[in-house]
Design a protein around this ligand. Structure first.
Ligand SMILES: [Zn+2]
Length: 264
C-alpha cells in the first residue's frame, strides 16, 4: 500500500491574495490549476482517502489531500470542487488566523465538517516549533486543539507542522497533547510502517503542473526528493534563521512585507 499526500494552501479564483509574503503565496494555486489537478487525480484511478481512513489501515494505493493554515479560498473555492467530485480532504487550522482577512471563519470550519471534511490543527500562532521551548510547543498544540474541539464538539487528533519543523521534542509533545498523527512538509510516499508522527507530504506550488500531479499519483517523487535534499545543504550550513533571511532575499521579499496578513 502506497499513499501520496499532497500539501495545498490557498486556492484563489482570479488573483492571488495581495499583501502575502512570496514565501507563502508561492504555494497558492488558482482555481483553474486546482481543477486540472483534481482531474488528473481522478483519472489516475487512485482512491482519495482521509487521514482517518489511512490511520485505520486502508490498504489501497491512495492519495490524501491536505490544506494548511486555514486560508479562506481552501474552504470557499477548493471545498465545493472537492464536493462536486465526492472527494474528502483535511484542513489544518491555525487558531489565531481564524477570522482574519484571507482566512476562514468559524462558520467555514463548521460547514466543512458537515460536508464530511476532516479538521486538524496547525498550531495556535503559526510559530516554528523547533525554536520553541517544550512548554511553548505544548501550548501551541493544546490551545489550538481545545479551540477546535470546543467549536466542533469532537476530538481533533491530527496535526500538521508550521514550516514543517519536526524533531524528537515536537513528537514527544504531540503525543503528550493527545495527537495521533503529525504531518511534516518533507516529500515522501507514506506506506505501512511509516511513522504516524512523521507523515510525508509533497508541497503543491503555484507552478505545479497537472503532469507533475499525475507523476505524484504514480508515486514518482524523485525530483522532489532531490530538491528537498539540496535545500537542506544551505539550511544545515547556515542555520534556520539565516536560511530564512536568505530565502526571503532570494524571493525578493522586503522585511515585514505581508506581516499584517500572515506571519510565517
Ligand atoms: Zn503553515
Amino acid at each position: 500500500m502506497k499513499s501520496v499526500w499532497l500539501m495545498y494552501h490557498d486556492v484563489y479564483r482570479e488573483e492571488p491574495l495581495q499583501g502575502i509574503p512570496r514565501s507563502a503565496s508561492m504555494y497558492h494555486v488558482s482555481e483553474k490549476i486546482f481543477k486540472q489537478h483534481l482531474s488528473v487525480i481522478i483519472a489516475s484511478g487512485r482512491k482519495v482517502i482521509t487521514i482517518t481512513e489511512f490511520l485505520k489501515g486502508n490498504f489501497e494505493d491512495s492519495v490524501v489531500l491536505t490544506f494548511d493554515d486555514g486560508w479562506r479560498g481552501s474552504f470557499e473555492i477548493a471545498m465545493p470542487l472537492l464536493q462536486k467530485f465526492g472527494l474528502k480532504a483535511t484542513f489544518f487550522i491555525t487558531k489565531d488566523f481564524v477570522g482574519r482577512k484571507g482566512f476562514c471563519d468559524r462558520e467555514n470550519i463548521l460547514r466543512a465538517v458537515s460536508a464530511g471534511m476532516e479538521i486538524g490543527l496547525h498550531g495556535t500562532t503559526h510559530r516554528m516549533l523547533a525554536s520553541c521551548s517544550r512548554e511553548e510547543i505544548l501550548w501551541e498544540f493544546y490551545t489550538c486543539k481545545q479551540f477546535l474541539e470546543s467549536l466542533l464538539g469532537q476530538k481533533i487528533d491530527s496535526a500538521s507542522l508550521p514550516g514543517g519543523d519536526l524533531n524528537r521534542i515536537i513528537i514527544a509533545c504531540a503525543k503528550e497533547a493527545g495527537l495521533k498523527s503529525l504531518c511534516a512538509s518533507r516529500p515522501g510516499i507514506n506506506k505501512i510502517g511509516t511513522s504516524l508522527f512523521n507523515l510525508k507530504r509533497v508541497a503543491i506550488r503555484e507552478s505545479t503542473s497537472a503532469s507533475e500531479v499525475q507523476r505524484y499519483c504514480n508515486y514518482n517523487i524523485n525530483k522532489e526528493l532531490i530538491r528537498w535534499a539540496l535545500f537542506q545543504v544551505p539550511y544545515l550550513l547556515m542555520g534556520k534563521k539565516n536560511y530564512a533571511y536568505l530565502r526571503r532575499w532570494l524571493l525578493g521579499e522586503r522585511r515585514g512585507e505581508g506581516d499584517i496578513l500572515f506571519k510565517p
